[in-house]
Design a protein around this ligand. Structure first.
Ligand code: ATP
Ligand code: MG
Ligand code: MG
Length: 364
């Protein structure tokens, strides 16, 4: 089967790696000449809205999917008119606007932090009076890895904040003093079947994911899976979607955001689950039966950010599986990851410590 992917970064690269055993062939649309997925298929190097490239992608593909969510509505419509295209446009459009995303959560009775939509400094002043401080001010669109955000800790931080974030539509969220963060990676098939991997416990550093570890016995799994299913069904979603949550000190689950694609916190599933998020995404969009999402062994994933560790030293650690995305190192840029596997939790902790000691991450 021929799969067209809009986006040719590391997520596209890992999708293609997962599709190879299923004899899937890939074509990527990505404006970057450095698109790191390109070695696994045909690379259409053109702007996201380039109509000729869309036509070429359509001709090369039986089905089209996305690893990049900021595609124009025009492009989504054009592609979806001529080929099955998943996830649906409605889902991509909802996920790329924090306002639309939060109102979907509210309409489905999914608990979230207090929020207010902000268009001006006046709006912000009113919202701060209502929500209180500390709070987090975020751009509604285009933010990732904590970019386009400002934590307002005291009244001094409030004046000028709207201009500082670029005078674009913003959202103010109450600051959640969470116990920890988890994500649920879920997949929905064309027939509506939903499967959810074990929750991943996630640790961020400077807003960037550092470590993700699946927790098969997490007490909030059923709640998270229920929330995920509500969203997936409401959007008539097909493919993998990621749900990020805060777990409060009272053990409450609050939805933070969704990502309409395979997700960094699900990379452990390549070696650590019976079926990886990448394979199940492909199975879903291709209309194939979904695979089992059980964790196979204790494992954890560590990101390689900004600078690469000594490869041989990583490879010498038992249970460490190295993924090099072939991306030029830049501060704050995700250029690889290591999944650490172990027969038991104690050995996992030792091996994770050993890998962490080798990381030379540069978060920028
Ligand atoms: P991603 O790279 O996951 O898409 P993002 O840039 O979209 O990230 P968020 O997930 O909204 O940003 O925020 C990044 C991190 O900042 C969160 O994982 C969390 O650690 C922290 N954070 C965000 N919002 C809040 C909040 N309301 N209260 C407390 N911490 C928060
Ligand atoms: Mg995000
Ligand atoms: Mg996030």
């Amino acid at each position: 089967m021929n799969i067209g992917i809009v986006g040719g970064g590391q997520l596209g690269r890992m999708l293609a790696q997962a599709g190879a055993p299923l004899d899937m062939r890939f074509t990527f649309l990505d404006p970057s000449t450095q698109a790191c997925a390109a070695i696994h298929g045909v690379h259409l190097c053109a702007e996201w809205d380039d109509e000729e490239a869309h036509q070429a992608l359509i001709e090369a593909s039986d089905v089209i999917t996305f690893e990049f969510e900021n595609v124009s509505t025009m492009a989504l419509t054009q592609l979806a008119e001529q080929r099955p295209a998943f996830p649906p446009a409605k889902a991509l459009e909802t996920a790329r606007d924090r306002g639309a995303e939060k109102s979907l959560f509210q309409s489905l009775d999914i608990a979230i932090a207090p929020i207010a939509l902000i268009e001006s400094q006046d709006d912000l002043d009113r919202a701060v009076a209502e929500i209180g401080l500390p709070a987090v001010l975020k751009t509604r669109t285009l933010g990732y890895d904590g970019k386009g955000q400002k934590v307002l800790r005291s009244a001094d931080d409030v004046p000028g904040s709207v201009a500082e974030l670029g005078d674009v539509p913003l959202i103010l969220e109450g600051f959640i003093d969470f116990d920890h963060e988890v994500s649920a990676i879920a997949v929905r098939g064309r027939d509506g079947e939903v499967r959810v991997w074990p929750l991943s416990r996630n640790e961020h550093r400077q807003g960037i994911l550092h470590r993700a570890e699946p927790q098969p016995d997490h007490p909030l799994y059923a709640r998270a899976a229920d929330y995920a299913t509500r969203v997936l069904d409401a959007l008539e979603y097909v493919g993998v979607m990621a749900f990020e949550f805060f777990v409060t000190r009272d053990g409450e689950l609050l939805a933070n955001e969704i990502a309409p694609r395979v997700h960094n916190s699900g990379h452990w599933s390549i070696e650590g689950a019976t079926t990886s998020q990448f394979e199940n995404h492909l199975r879903a969009v291709a209309g194939l039966p979904l695979g089992d999402t059980t964790r196979l062994v204790p494992c954890a994933m560590l990101n390689i950010i900004g600078a690469f560790p000594d490869r041989d030293a990583v490879l010498n650690i038992a249970g460490a599986r190295l993924h090099d995305y072939d991306k030029a190192p830049r501060p704050g840029r995700k250029i690889g990851h290591v999944t650490v596997l172990a027969p038991d939790e104690a050995t996992l902790a030792e091996r994770v410590t050993a890998v962490e000691a080798l990381l030379v991450n540069d978060l920028g």
